[in-house]
Design a protein around this ligand. Structure first.
Ligand code: FPP
Length: 239
């Protein structure tokens, strides 16, 4: 097991490999996403039990709209199921101290989902043990653009001078405002890239990759990532 004193505060997870998992079994891609959502639930609970403060899951990127309509609507239906179940499991989630946040542009998400998202965020806003960020219609560059627009507006209104802008000003306009940077980024399925995920927040993150496809990812894989993280020497640019 990982050294409990060296647990990451914020873990980001790119849930990749659902499509390949399904194809290997002769199933529809949506079956891979459904199984992926089961694993999301399991890892979410496990991270909370371990006391990890922030976990961010990449569920749907700004680029994922390019997928076939059938696959996009299957993923939206998986969100609906998750949100319904979160309502049913309210007490269980409360006891675990789970706070749910959705990061991304919710204006493009079907209205019924956006409403449920808002309700879930409000219902869990006082929970402090573990914050689960679900990145939906999220893109790291779009997030930075959003923040820059906010700053441009503040300068235009004379609220601040251009020279007042610093890293903190940018951070305050991100979806993750108030949350710490990512310490560890986990990407299963053999790919080794960031894919527009938490660009700003992962400036000093450690990366952990695995060939396991996300629907096959287990608590033990999560342990392996935490263990590897606990052995890394983080210098943040110093010696
Ligand atoms: C990437 O695998 C996965 C996605 C784009 C969707 C992930 C969504 C889920 C796991 C459902 C999330 C639901 C909740 C409630 C969190 P891929 O399809 O690109 O896989 P491939 O690279 O093997 O084709």
């Amino acid at each position: 097991m990982a050294d409990i004193n060296k647990l990451p505060v914020h873990v980001g997870i790119i849930m990749d490999g659902n499509g390949r998992w399904a194809r290997l079994r002769g199933k529809e891609r949506s079956e891979g996403h459904r199984q992926g959502a089961e694993v999301f639930r399991e890892i979410c609970t496990y991270a909370a039990d371990l006391g990890i403060k922030y976990v961010t899951f990449y569920a749907f990127s700004t680029e994922n709209w390019k997928r076939p309509q059938l696959e996009v609507s299957a993923i939206m239906n998986i969100f609906r199921t998750f949100l319904r179940e979160a309502e049913e499991r309210q007490q269980e989630n409360e006891e675990r101290g789970l706070r749910f946040r959705f990061i991304g542009d919710m204006s493009k998400i079907p209205g019924d989902i956006a409403e449920r998202v808002k309700a879930l965020e409000e219902r869990t806003s006082d929970k402090t043990r573990t914050t689960v960020n679900l990145a939906v219609n999220y893109g790291g560059r779009a997030e930075i653009v959003k923040s820059v627009r906010r700053i441009a507006g503040m300068v235009k209104n004379g609220e601040i001078e251009p020279s007042d802008v610093d890293e903190k000003t940018i951070e305050e306009g991100l979806y993750t405002a108030g949350q710490p940077d990512a310490d560890l980024i986990i990407r299963p399925s053999g790919e080794q890239r960031l894919s527009n995920f938490l660009l700003w927040q992962s400036a000093y993150a450690e990366f952990w990759y695995s060939d396991v496809l996300w629907p096959d990812f287990t608590k033990s894989d999560f342990d392996k990532a935490l263990y590897a993280y606990s052995k890394r020497s983080r210098r943040f640019g110093a010696v």
